[in-house]
Ligand binder design. Structure first.
Ligand code: ADP
Ligand code: MG
Length: 825
C-alpha cells in the first residue's frame, strides 16, 4: 500500500515497465475472477458461526490475508470474531470491547475489504475515513494500517496537523484512506478546494464515545455534514454509550451491537491487577516519589490531570534524579516532540512517562508494567481507559490509583458501578519519605521551576473546583496551604474563579501567604497582587512598574510647578478657575520669584524701586531678589515677550512670516474656483503619496513584529529543547516546519519492542539514568543497620498486601527484590 504524507508515496507506481504492467493486468484479471467468488463467500458467511476462529476462516482477499500473516496475526480476538463478519457483510457496527482486545483490526480489516470489493483505485478519491480523538492514536492506527495493508494498492494518509494545511491539502485529493483527528479534517473539508468526499464508502470512529462527546461535538457534526449519507459506519470503543441521539447524529442504519465482553465479570482485562492507595493531597508527591524509587526497573505511565502538573512533576523529579529515565507528554508540546516521545517510550525497556489524558485512550505502548493515576480521573470511563494502557492483549499489568481521602468513597462507588475490581493497599507510614524540603530548595534555586509549581498548583485546584462530579471531588475538603507547601512553594498561590463562595475561602487561605515571601499572589481576577509589606522582596517588574509610576507622577508634578503656569502653588488648587480665567502676565509674588531666582533665604533688603523694560513689558525692581533676577538672562527670559519670527526677502528686508496678500495680487492668480480645484488636486496627490508610505510603514512594522514573535518562539523552542522538553527534532531550532512526519513514522517501532536508538544522546541529558557514580554514592549512604531492619521486617510481612516504600534501599538487589515484592500477592 502506498502511504501518503510522503512525496514518494505514490511515485513508484508510475515507474512501472511494460512488463510490470502486463503482469499487473494479469493479476488484476485474476483478482476480478476472485472477487466474484469472494463476494459470494461473504454473502454466504454466517456472522455468528462458531467456526470462525482464525483470520484464515474469514472471506478476505489475498492481499489482506497475506498482510495479516506477515504481521503475525493468526487467531481472532473476541471482538474481531464478532465484529469483522458483520462489517464485511456491510452492516453498521457499534463495537464495545475491553481495552487491548484488538479493536483496531476489527475495523481495519473491513475497511480494506470494503475498498477492495469496490475495486477502488487512486482515481476514485477518498473511500474510507478513520477518525481518532488524539494524534497519538491516529498515528498508531495508521501504522497498523500500513502493516496489514502492505500488499494493497490503496493510498493512505494521516491528517493530524503539525504540517501546513496547504502541504497536506496537496496530497489529500489522491488519498483513498485517511486517518485523521476531527478538527484538522474539518478544516480541510471547509477550506481545501477540490477535496471531494462524495464517494466515501466507510466511516470509522475509534474511541467513538470520546469522539461523540461534548468536546468534539461541533467538529464532528460539521464533519459528518460533509459526508454522503449512504455509507457504512463503524464505531468502536472500550466504553460505548448507546445514546440514540449519537446514532441519529451519525445516521446509522440498523446498527449491529457487538459487545464482546458484556457478560464479563469486569470491565477491565482479566490480566490486570488493580489497587488504590489513599493518600492526602499534600503527600501525593511523596508517595509518587517513593513508588518510583522502588520500581526503577519498570515501565510506568503516570497520569496527571493537567499539562502543568505533568511539567512541574517531570521537571522537579528530573532534578532529583530518581534513577529511572523520565519522559513527559502533554498536548501543548510540538507535534514532532510528541511523536518522538511516544516512540521513545514505546521502545524503552524501563522508564516513567508522566502524561495527561492525551495518551489515556487507545495508545498501545508495548509492555507497560504499571499505570499510576496520581490524579484521580474525572470519571470511571477515563479510569478504564487509563488502566487499559497496560495488560494489553493477554499480557499482565498492574495499576495503582491515588485517591485523596475525600475522593475515596465517591470514586469507589463509580468504579463498582462500572464493574471495576479494585482493592485497597497501604503505604507503610514509617517508610514514606517527604520530599518537600528538596522540592523547596529546587524551587528556591530556580524561579522557572517555582513558576511551574505555582501554575501546577493553580491548574490542579482549579480542575478539582470545576469537576462535574461533586460526589467525588470536594474542593472544600482539600488543604490547599499544605498542598502548596508540599510542592515546595513559598506560599499558597491565589486562584482565579468565576463566581461562588469558594473565592472567599481561597482568598482567606491565601491571606497568610500575602505576608510571606511568595512573589506571585493572584487576586480573584488572576492579576498579580502587589504586596503592601514594607520589607517585602520586590520583583524586577514591580520595581520597573514603580519607576514608571514615578515618572508619570513627576511629569505631572513638573507641569504643576512649571513656569508656564502662572499661579502660585496655592492658585493651583483651583486649577480650573485659573485655566478658565485667562490671566494676563502677573508679576510673580516673592515666593515664586525666589524659586525662579534660586534664592533659598531671601534677604529682604529694601532698595530703590525702579522699572526695567523687558521687551514690551516692564518689570518693577523693588527688592534684592528682583535685582538678582536681572543678572540671569535665562530667568529673565520668562518675563520677556516672545520675539517675532522674521523672514528675509531677496533684498535683505525682514518680513513677518505670514503676510496678507493684497486684493489685486489675489485676483491676478485666477478665479477662486479654479484655485480651489487645483488645490484639492494637489492635496489629493499628497494624501495618496502619504498613504502609500503609511502602508509601507505599517507593513514593515507588521513584518518586524512577526519576526520578533518568530524569534521569540524559536528561542522558547530552543529553551524547551534544552530543558528536555522538545527532544531530538526540535534541537535544530527551526521548529518542525522542515520535518517530514513520515520520516518519523517510518522510524516508529512497527513490531513493538526492539532496540532503542541512543545516538541522539546529547539532547536529553536529564532523562537518562543518572551516571553510575551518583547511584553508587547514594547506595553507599545507607547504613547496614537499616538494611537488616528492613530485611527482617520484610520477612515478617509474609503474604500481607502492603506496599513498602523503602526510604532508601540499600543495593540494587534489594531494590529489585522490593520492587518485585510490591503489591504482589
Ligand atoms: P484495543 O483497540 O482494543 O485497545 P488494539 O487494537 O490496540 O486494542 O490491540 C491491542 C494489542 O493486541 C495490539 O498490540 C495488537 O497488535 C494486538 N492484537 C490485536 N489483535 C490481535 C490478534 N488477533 N492476535 C494477536 N495480537 C493481536
Ligand atoms: Mg483501540
Amino acid at each position: 500500500m502506498a502511504t501518503g504524507g510522503s512525496k514518494s508515496g505514490l511515485a513508484h507506481r508510475n515507474k512501472s515497465t511494460p512488463k510490470d504492467a502486463e503482469a499487473k493486468s494479469l493479476k488484476r484479471k485474476r483478482g476480478q475472477d476472485d472477487l466474484g467468488k469472494l463476494k459470494e463467500a461473504v454473502d454466504q458467511l454466517d456472522p455468528k458461526s462458531p467456526d470462525i476462529k482464525n483470520f484464515t476462516d474469514l472471506p478476505v482477499c489475498e492481499a489482506t490475508a497475506s498482510g495479516l500473516r506477515a504481521s503475525h496475526f493468526e487467531v481472532l480476538t473476541d471482538v474481531q470474531r464478532a465484529a469483522i463478519p458483520l462489517a464485511l457483510k456491510g452492516n453498521d457496527v457499534l463495537g464495545a470491547a475491553k481495552t487491548g482486545s484488538g479493536k483496531t483490526l476489527a475495523f481495519l480489516v473491513p475497511v480494506l475489504e470494503k475498498l477492495y470489493h469496490a475495486k477502488w483505485t487512486e482515481y476514485d478519491g477518498l473511500g474510507a475515513l478513520i477518525i481518532s480523538p488524539t494524534r497519538e492514536l491516529a498515528v498508531q492506527i495508521f501504522e497498523v494500517l500500513r502493516k496489514i495493508g502492505r500488499n494493497h494498492y490503496f493510498s493512505a494518509g494521516l491528517v493530524i496537523g503539525g504540517k501546513s494545511l496547504k502541504e497536506e491539502a496537496e496530497r489529500l485529493g489522491r488519498m483513498n484512506i485517511l486517518v485523521c483527528t476531527p478538527g484538522r479534517m474539518l478544516q480541510h473539508l471547509d477550506q481545501t478546494a477540490g477535496f471531494d468526499v462524495d464517494n466515501l464508502q466507510i466511516l470509522v470512529l475509534d474511541e467513538a464515545d470520546r469522539i461523540m462527546d461534548m468536546g468534539f461535538q461541533p467538529a464532528v457534526d460539521a464533519l459528518v455534514d460533509h459526508l454522503p449519507k449512504t455509507r457504512q459506519t463503524l464505531l468502536f470503543s472500550a466504553t460505548q454509550s448507546k445514546r440514540v441521539s449519537d446514532l441519529a447524529r451519525l445516521s446509522l442504519k440498523d446498527p449491529e451491537y457487538v459487545s464482546a465482553h458484556e457478560a464479563a465479570a469486569s470491565a477491565t482485562p482479566a490480566t490486570l491487577q488493580q489497587s488504590y492507595i489513599v493518600t492526602p493531597l499534600e503527600e501525593k508527591l511523596d508517595t509518587l516519589w517513593g513508588f518510583l524509587r522502588t520500581n526503577l526497573k519498570s515501565k510506568i505511565i503516570v497520569f496527571l490531570s493537567s499539562g502543568k502538573q505533568v511539567r512541574f512533576i517531570f521537571e522537579s523529579f528530573k532534578r532529583m534524579q530518581p534513577g529511572i529515565p523520565l519522559l513527559h507528554l502533554h498536548g501543548r508540546q510540538k507535534q514532532v516532540a510528541r511523536m518522538e516521545i511516544t516512540s521513545r517510550f514505546s521502545s524503552a525497556k524501563y522508564g516513567c512517562l508522566f502524561a495527561t489524558d492525551v495518551v489515556a485512550r487507545g495508545v498501545d505502548f508495548p509492555a507497560v508494567d504499571w499505570v499510576i493515576q496520581a490524579d484521580c480521573p474525572e470519571d470511571a470511563d477515563t479510569y478504564i481507559h487509563r488502566v487499559g494502557r497496560t495488560a494489553r492483549y493477554q499480557s499482565k499489568g498492574r495499576a495503582v490509583l491515588f485517591l485523596e481521602p475525600s475522593e475515596e468513597e465517591g470514586f469507589l462507588k463509580r468504579l463498582e458501578h462500572k464493574k471495576v475490581p479494585i482493592q485497597k493497599v497501604n503505604v507503610r507510614e514509617n517508610k514514606k519519605k517527604s520530599i518537600k524540603n528538596e522540592l523547596q530548595s529546587y524551587n528556591f534555586q530556580s524561579v522557572d521551576l517555582k513558576y511551574l509549581g505555582q501554575k501546577a498548583f493553580i491548574s490542579y485546584t482549579r480542575s478539582i473546583y470545576l469537576q462535574k462530579d461533586k460526589e467525588i471531588f470536594k474542593f472544600k475538603e482539600l488543604d490547599l496551604d499544605a498542598f502548596a507547601e508540599s510542592l515546595g512553594l513559598p506560599g499558597t498561590p491565589q486562584i482565579k474563579f468565576q463566581k461562588g463562595e469558594d473565592i472567599k475561602r481561597l482568598k482567606n487561605a491565601s491571606r497568610a501567604a500575602l505576608s510571606s515571601d511568595s512573589e506571585s499572589d493572584f487576586d480573584a481576577d488572576g492579576n498579580k497582587r502587589e504586596k503592601k509589606d514594607k520589607d517585602q522582596v520586590r520583583t524586577k517588574y514591580q520595581k520597573m512598574a514603580e519607576r514608571q509610576n514615578q515618572d508619570v507622577l513627576s511629569s505631572h508634578y513638573r507641569k504643576l510647578v512649571d513656569g508656564d503656569t502662572t499661579g502660585t502653588p496655592d492658585a493651583n488648587e483651583d486649577d480650573d478657575e485659573a485655566d478658565f480665567l485667562s490671566v494676563k502676565r502677573v508679576l510673580a509674588d516673592d515666593a515664586q520669584l525666589d524659586a525662579a531666582a534660586g534664592i533659598d533665604n531671601p534677604a529682604t533688603t529694601t532698595i530703590e524701586p525702579r522699572v526695567v523694560k523687558l521687551g514690551n513689558s516692564e518689570l518693577i525692581i523693588d527688592s534684592n531678589r528682583r535685582e538678582k533676577l536681572l543678572k540671569s538672562k535665562k530667568k529673565l527670559a520668562k518675563y520677556m515677550e516672545r520675539g517675532n519670527k522674521l523672514v528675509f526677502d531677496d533684498d535683505g528686508v525682514g518680513r513677518p512670516l505670514y503676510e496678507l496678500q493684497g486684493e489685486d495680487d489675489f485676483a491676478q492668480e485666477g478665479s477662486a474656483d479654479a484655485l480651489r480645484t487645483q488645490f484639492v488636486a494637489a492635496e489629493t496627490e499628497k494624501v495618496k503619496e502619504a498613504d502609500v508610505q503609511d502602508k509601507q510603514v505599517a507593513k514593515q512594522r507588521k513584518r518586524e513584529k512577526r519576526d520578533r514573535a518568530k524569534a521569540r518562539e524559536r528561542e522558547e523552542a530552543q529553551m524547551e529543547a534544552e530543558d528536555g522538553e522538545g527532544m531530538g527534532p526540535q534541537i535544530g531550532g527551526d521548529g518542525d516546519d522542515g520535518e517530514d512526519p513520515l520520516a518519523l513514522l517510518r522510524s516508529l517501532p512497527i513490531a513493538g519492542g526492539g532496540g532503542r536508538d541512543d545516538s541522539d544522546g546529547d539532547s536529553d541529558g536529564g532523562e537518562r539514568e543518572p551516571p553510575m557514580k551518583k547511584a553508587k554514592k547514594w547506595l553507599q549512604d545507607d547504613s547496614e543497620q537499616e538494611e537488616k531492619e528492613r530485611k527482617s521486617k520484610k520477612s515478617k510481612k509474609g503474604g500481607k498486601r502492603v506496599i513498602e516504600m523503602a526510604e532508601e534501599p540499600d543495593n540494587l538487589e534489594d531494590l529489585e527484590a522490593l520492587a518485585a515484592g510490591l503489591l504482589e500477592d
